[in-house]
Design a binder for this molecule. Structure first.
Ligand code: ATP
Length: 316
């Protein structure tokens, strides 16, 4: 499969802030690729570099075999891009802005744009400045899609849209990918992304923490609940390739989120003296995201707060 987006070791340093710290990603053609990350993780910075609005501090990237640092206009002509705060000419009318944008593309642009606006029930004569937030988002999406680009890059595309429109829009992205086109989107709506994405990348603190097909990612992460006779029972270190992403202790209960867990590890834990039960559970994408980004440290009821975690060798 061709990589429509390739980045290698991209870094972006702003004054006093390393927004990206070596991002290497490949995005295959014909996929819905979702970039997840908490606030400030670097998603918009990465998207701005991909679309040529920002030069990286170091590293390389290619979009459709073009270099955003040199071929930004050509990339923007061939991609559809919606930023997290779409800049639209406020003084224009909804119809006018479509007519204006159409001068840059082929003659299919205007009919497609008008059809999309009609479907979204936005009056063509309404001024952009009088649109609601959701209506602005719909105009921005209509403009980005009207030239039927091979690559759509969307930064928080559904913020401002109501749930029905969000769902329809995201489901239409599955059809785009099925027809060989590529959708690269960043989103905080993890449960929605879970319904449509083929590949998930989790960006954390300027680095790609994981990048895998959704089904593979979900299969590779397990929550393991361990019951103990005594809170101080020391558990064995799980052998490689296990990676403990998160660990919690509630008295005689331990809970671990483990990547690449297998039945031998289950047996290892279950055979430990003092372990009375081991059970496993698959996680939702949202739970996996929380485990990878270390966001599960919020206070939870702990029977005996001063009891130390007792896993030999600490975290894997
Ligand atoms: N022009 C800039 N100057 C200085 N710092 C910046 C600049 N642009 C971004 N940053 C910083 O880079 C980091 C990443 O920002 P970015 O907007 O890429 O995050 P994000 O993942 O898109 O976050 P959010 O989900 O909140 O939109 C943040 O700490 C931000 O403050």
């Amino acid at each position: 499969m061709n990589h429509i987006i390739q980045t290698s070791d991209l870094t972006m340093s702003f004054r006093g802030c390393d927004a990206l710290r070596g991002v290497t990603l490949n995005v295959d053609e014909g996929t819905v690729f979702a970039l997840l990350g908490e606030n400030g993780a670097g998603k918009t910075t990465l998207i701005r570099i991909l679309t040529g609005f920002q030069l990286p501090t170091s590293g390389t990237c290619r979009i459709m075999d073009l270099n955003p640092a040199k071929d930004a206009l050509e990339i923007r002509r061939r991609t559809g891009y919606v930023s997290d705060a779409p800049a639209l000419y406020d003084w224009m009318g909804v119809g006018e802005i479509g007519w204006f944008a159409a001068t840059l593309y082929d003659n299919q642009f205007l009919p497609r744009y008008k059809e999309s606006i009609r479907r979204y029930e936005i009056p063509e004569d309404r001024k952009i400045r009088h649109l609601s937030k959701g209506q602005r988002a719909k105009v921005a999406l209509s403009l980005a899609l009207a030239h039927d680009p091979d690559l759509l890059i969307l930064d928080e595309p559904t913020s401002g849209l109501d749930p029905m429109v969000r769902r329809d829009f995201l489901e239409s992205m599955i059809d785009r990918a099925a027809s060989g086109r590529t959708v690269f989107l960043s989103s905080h709506q993890i449960s929605e992304v879970e319904r449509v994405a083929d590949v998930i990348a989790i960006l954390h603190d300027g680095k790609v923490r994981v990048c895998e097909p959704l089904d593979k990612l979900k299969d590779s992460v397990t929550e393991v609940a361990i019951s103990l006779e005594d809170p101080l029972v020391a558990l064995p270190t799980l052998p490689k390739p296990a990676e403990v992403l998160d660990e919690q202790s509630y008295g005689r209960q331990r809970s671990m989120v483990v990547r690449h867990y297998d039945s031998e590890m289950h047996d290892l834990l279950a055979s430990r003296v003092g372990v009375t039960g081991v059970s496993e559970r698959a996680l939702s994408l949202e739970e996996i995201f929380i485990a990878f980004t270390g966001r599960s440290q919020s206070p939870k009821p702990v029977e005996n707060a001063e009891i130390p975690m007792a896993i030999e060798g600490g975290l894997a």
